[in-house]
Ligand binder design. Sequence first.
Ligand SMILES: [Zn+2]
Length: 100
Amino acid sequence: MKFIFVGGKQMGMGFRDYPYKVGLCKMCGQGLLTIAKETATTKLRIICDECDDEYDTPDDMIKGKCLQQPTSTGRCEPPNIEEIIVMGWDSYILDNLSTK
Ligand SMILES: [Zn+2]
């Protein structure tokens, strides 16, 4: 997977194109919650592909405990499945995206 950087900002790939979705966003009701990897820290996060609502963990997502100040938007890349399994988040990944 290739990225294009323009002026330090990642272009050409939105969260919508990330492969691992874990749920429907409760905040906006139309976005899908997406597992993203923060490039600088390699920390996994969950981010809505519509409204950029952001969660630290799947547990926070289920509790609706979103971050007050999203930090990762625009500085993430898609994680690979191994990184997700290490975190134990693979069980949250949706198999069928009927909302697409
Ligand atoms: Zn949303």
